[in-house]
Design a protein around this ligand. Sequence first.
Ligand code: BGC
Length: 805
Amino acid sequence: MWDTRARTSAWSPSAYWETGLLRSDDWTARWIGPAPSGSDSLASPSPLLRRAFRVRGPVRSARLYVTSLGLYEAYLNGQRVGDQLFTPGWTSYHHRLQYQTYDVTTLLQPGENAVAAVLGDGWYRGRLGFFGQRNLYGQRLALRAQLEIRYQDGRTERVVSDADWKTTPGPVLASDIYGGETYDARLEHRGWAAPRYDDSAWAPVAVLEPPSASLVAPVSPPVRRVRELHPVTIRPAPSGAMVFDLGQNFTGWARLRVRGGGAAGTSITLRYAEVLDRAGDLYTANLRAASQTDRYILKGEGEEVYEPHFTFHGFRYVAVTGLPGPPDSATITGIAVSSDLAQTGLLVTSDSLLNRLQQNIVWGQRSNFLDVPTDCPQRDERLGWTGDAQVFARTAAFNLDVAGFMAKWLADLASDQDKSGSVPWVIPNPLGGDSTRFAGTAGWADAAVIIPWTMYLTYGDRLLLERQYASMRAWVEYARRRAGPALIWKPGWQFGDWLALHTDDPSYPGATTGTDLIATAFLAHSADLLARTATVLGRTGDAGTYAALFHAVREAFHREFVSSTGRVGENTQTAYALALAFDLLPDSLTPIAADRLAQDVRARDTHLTTGFLGTPYLLHVLSRTGHAGLAFDLLTQRSYPSWLYPVTMGATTMWERWDGIRPDSSFQNPEMNSFNHYAFGAVGDWMYQTIGGIDLDPAAPGYRRSRIAPRPGAGLTSATASLETRYGTLASAWRLERARFVLDVTVPANTSAEVILWDARSDGVQEGGRPLTASAGIRAVRQRGNEVVVEVGSGSYSFTVARRP
Ligand code: BGC
């Protein structure tokens, strides 16, 4: 590469790619599993499967392609293949099943070899969903494995799953995503995955009919162990259990280390919870039917180390019973697991509570981006709730690289979408249902349109829009039909502004927004985004059709919900937030509506009342309509309800409800009280955009052109933000000094930026110690009200703005 001064860069390291198994006839491996038994629909020990084979000559390369019904762990010559967890991942299993490809060249050896796997119930046939069902996708576990060996001399050979494999039950006696795992170490088969193991007592496998799903290669990074956490305290609880506090709520499990001294058959129980009750015991009522309990039965041979295989828990505390000796800090290690998505965003401010909020948002995302964007990781749910993902998508794309993760999930969304265009509540959808049962609710199903558009803006990937287009359009058409000729969507079940403050709460009357208003607003918004999508894709006919639909719904909305005095609907914060954010008001009423919103916030002593759907837009509309100061005050409010209230109560993740733990330290209703739900963390994108100052220009998506417009407020004295874009690092760091505001900006090569200096006059701004006009890289400067707008090319800049005395 060459830069603007024709200097040549160093060579990048070489990269390579290879194609996977693209066609179904590339697979010769059969589907195999234990022979059917009377208990196929019940939890049963995880089967081990294996086969020995010979390697005849020096190997140039070898690949193992694997997938399964249920979860698998693969082994070659006794070694675990790869470090991926919960493979083959969770997809719309009826339609799409992922397979993984492993480079196993170095695991092979001359002569005798063995390939093996263990299977777990997982999402496929374990318990899933809040009705306690099992076997939602099928009853029988199965494996498909194909090892392709390429010898130095050009010969190729395949070792595939077929009737020659053997199977036997393994030491995982039971595993369940909600329930946890029971492992009896006495039942381990030493050397079972190694070549010279005697499997003559094992049963032959059964060959199964292939499932109908297409086999697809993953586009999302895999789930891995991402972090280890060590106990901050170890205390006996009144129940007698030893409670380990890992200091952070997260998703994963505990690694148990027993130093010896326990007799074979001793059972150690690990229970997991997010919070403690007042007495110091685990509080588990909010887990509902998910018992999140692991049991390990000692083999009694010195030090033993155990980690579960096919389950995960949402927790901060582990209560252990049955330990043969006194615990120490190595008895329990927290293993955090997550889709292994690269961190892209960074935001640090001068306010430690805001920094903790930002960390809580990221922990919420890490905890819930486990192959699928889930609502929560602890209770009997952990489903890909569309509404939650929709409200959080933009924030998610600041924190981590979610391009592949969301592309995978959106493919599942399209696969599970009903013929009518209706979108299920959860994706993947194991709940069944039809167009209106477990499906088709505003703000949730709009994930079909909002998320692809958000990903396009963030990553500039037009192909994603192309792939999702039919799905996006089908949803808008469905919603249009539900709204009928008057274009007001009234009938049917809606979640509405889920978990907004309740009208029956005497301190907050008037917080409930009509579901007809919300559904109609989202229809307008999705039609608008679909029109923009059609424009990007050059589908001019559709662009016109959906722009017209947007305007027609906007007018209907205006007629039905907006008074001539600018009152919107029930005069709730969410009604104003949606109407303003989705551009549903005539220009003349916009400032009036914004003032009414601001008045409501002030009348509630600077508190919000919004739920899942209103919350993401609240601060954006305030700061866009001249109420930035109020937006900052809301963000930094510490008393309930607010974003910082949970932080002051010691939260380490986002809570599902504004008052998961009430000011009197009692718990909210255990039926719905997760301490690890990211939805209210949707405020993160405002924090990046307004405090950090990093935003994109929708006309040049993917940050080809960015907007840097940080805004100090609420007494903050500095903030540093950066984002790894597809072009490189975009960064903005500011500090307030006594006499000046300093802003350092880095704009990646091949991009440009509009830098907006707030409260400035162009003759009072310098860059690099020189007047703006003298600075290289600056393309244009203009004054816009009390802002100075500077157009810059790539490079690093340091602006100083003289502050008014
Ligand atoms: C989930 C959500 C979800 C909601 C639907 C809850 O049980 O945890 O976060 O969006 O149901 O209203």
